[in-house]
Structure formats: structure tokens, C-alpha cells
Design a protein. Structure first.
Length: 310
């Protein structure tokens, strides 16, 4: 298989999981739509089933930031809703509700034939092509029993759910995706998946990823232990550190004052601080260059359930 950087996808599953790994994501179906007043402006809230305001949906599908651009925002939303209604006309028994959301997903996965002679996928492809998703692959729901191999191995990643997105807001996801360092890590992750998981099943990918993350965590814990013990050893072994001076160094490492400590002691502080900095930098380089660095960074996003719609 020739390498193609898979950056967009059609999603039949968890949109937040998909948004972590793909630049543009097109939801297959809509559960419901309601008008809302968000951040001081009129907007729409869409459920997939997780809620999204219109501005975030536009960024997810089109990659366009429409903050403070109401004309552009409503233009995009109108375009999306018109395309979706056109798709629904091919299935006249469906509306926008919970049952239709599930049913359309099932019919899409089964590629059911419609009365007009086209299949559900053929009808939906009209929306996808109109939005620039003509060469996108299908991101299957995590409930699917399809094991693979996948057209692009990276498609298996959102269903594995290595990152808990249940209490992460859309704004936090956008912040990660817009971070230049994180984007380099994501590029490296896509390359790693292509080089290591072509032709592999979802079960194999899951087990291998979990092992690699466990190995990383073990190394990080060992490093943290070695760093602390080496710093303690340095404090105890330094010839010029005695009595109150030892307390002064301890204060120095936690941000306290070091005034009044003798010059030899200052030199010892400098040596230990340099050693600490070198070891910390080495760990940072290891984390940054790790093949799963993007996932490691995403797992560190602080949970914030205060405003999950935005």
C-alpha cells in the first residue's frame, strides 16, 4: 500500500475520538438540532449524539474558524443542513431523531439499496464530495466487530479509545490540534501506524499500543525514581553542605530563599541544579521523540466537565 497521510474521515462513531486524530471529520448522521444562545450569540447545537455548537461543527467538518464571523458561520451551517436534508429525501421514512440516527448508521454499514436504485453510501457520498471528503475512509463505530485489516491502520485508533474524551471539551481538543508541537507528534504517529500496523487486526493494534504505553510509563516511573534518589544522594554526599546550609539547598529546590548560604554551598547548588536539568531534559527528549508522543500528550489533557458543549 502506498502511504497516504490520512487526514480526513467519515465518522460512524465517537466524534471526539475522531477529532483527536483527523484534521477534518464528517459525521454520518444527526440525532437532533436545537437553537441556542452560546457565548453571547445565536447558534445551533447538534447532537451526534454528543452535543456540538455550530462553530465547532464547522471547524470539525470544514477546518474553518468562524469565531466573530456570523455571516460565514450561518453560510456554512445552511450549506450543511441543506445537504443533510437532501440526503434524508432519499430515505423518506426518516427524520432527525434518536431512532433514525441509529438506523441510518446501520443502513450505511450494510450499504443498503434505496428505492432510487442507489445505496446509502452512494447517496451520502454526494455530501462527502461536496464537502471535499471524496477520498476519505470510513471510521467505524467502536461497537463494530470488524477486526480489519483497515484500509489505513490509523482508522483503528479512535475505536481503541486510549484517550478518555468523556470529560474533555471541544475547545481543549482544538487547542491540542492547533499546537505546532502536537501536530508534529500527530504526523509522526500517522507514519508510525503506517510502518507498523499495515495488514494488522484491531486486536493486534490494541494489544501492541497498550504494551508500548505500559513500557513508556514504566520507564517514566523508573526515571522519576532515579532522579529523586540521585538528587538526594547528591545532597547527602556534597562535602560543603552542612547543618543549616543543607536546609538552604532543600529550600532552593522548592523555590525558597538561598540568601546567606556560603559560596561553596552555592557552587554545590549549581552542580546539583545542572545535573537535575540535564536529566529532566533527557526525559523530555525521550517523551517528545517517542512514537506515541501525541497520545501521551493527549492523555495529559486535564478533564474539565464544566462546559462539554464547547
Amino acid at each position: 500500500m502506498n502511504y497516504v497521510g490520512q487526514k480526513s474521515t467519515i465518522c460512524v462513531g465517537d466524534l471526539k475520538q475522531a477529532a483527536l486524530y483527523f484534521d477534518r471529520v464528517l459525521p454520518l448522521s444527526i440525532q437532533k438540532i436545537k437553537g441556542a444562545y452560546v457565548d453571547g450569540a445565536d447558534d445551533l447545537v447538534f447532537w451526534f449524539p454528543e452535543p456540538m455548537v455550530g462553530e465547532d461543527l464547522i471547524y470539525l467538518i470544514f477546518g474553518e474558524n468562524v469565531d466573530d464571523k456570523p455571516i460565514l458561520k450561518w453560510g456554512y451551517l445552511g450549506r450543511y443542513i441543506r445537504a443533510w436534508k437532501k440526503f434524508l429525501k432519499a430515505m423518506p421514512t426518516f427524520g432527525i431523531d434518536d431512532e433514525s440516527y441509529k438506523k441510518i448508521s446501520e443502513l450505511y454499514l450494510q450499504d443498503t439499496k434505496l428505492l432510487n436504485g442507489k445505496s446509502v453510501r452512494e447517496e451520502f457520498s454526494l455530501i462527502a464530495k461536496d464537502f471535499g471528503f471524496s477520498k476519505s475512509s470510513i471510521l467505524l463505530t467502536d461497537e463494530s466487530r470488524i477486526e480489519g485489516p483497515y484500509e489505513h491502520p490509523i482508522l483503528a485508533l479512535p475505536a481503541i479509545k486510549l484517550v478518555d474524551t468523556s470529560n474533555i471539551s471541544w475547545q481543549q481538543i482544538w487547542g491540542l490540534r492547533d499546537d505546532p508541537v502536537a501536530r508534529k507528534k500527530l504526523r509522526n504517529l500517522r507514519l508510525f501506524f503506517y510502518e507498523n500496523y499495515n495488514g494488522k487486526s484491531k486486536s493486534y493494534i490494541t494489544d501492541d499500543l497498550e504494551k508500548r504505553l505500559e513500557d513508556y510509563e514504566d520507564i517514566a516511573k523508573q526515571y522519576d525514581f532515579e532522579l529523586k534518589t540521585s538528587m538526594l544522594s547528591g545532597l547527602l554526599d556534597s562535602k560543603n553542605i552542612q547543618g543549616l546550609a543543607a536546609a538552604g539547598i532543600a529550600a532552593a529546590f522548592i523555590g525558597g530563599p538561598i540568601a546567606g548560604i556560603a559560596t561553596p554551598v552555592i557552587i554545590e547548588i549549581g552542580k546539583l541544579t545542572l545535573e537535575f536539568g540535564i536529566k529532566k531534559y533527557s526525559m523530555q527528549r525521550f517523551e517528545k521523540s517517542h512514537e506515541l508522543a501525541y497520545i501521551i500528550q493527549a492523555k495529559e489533557i486535564p478533564h474539565d466537565s464544566s462546559n462539554l458543549i464547547r
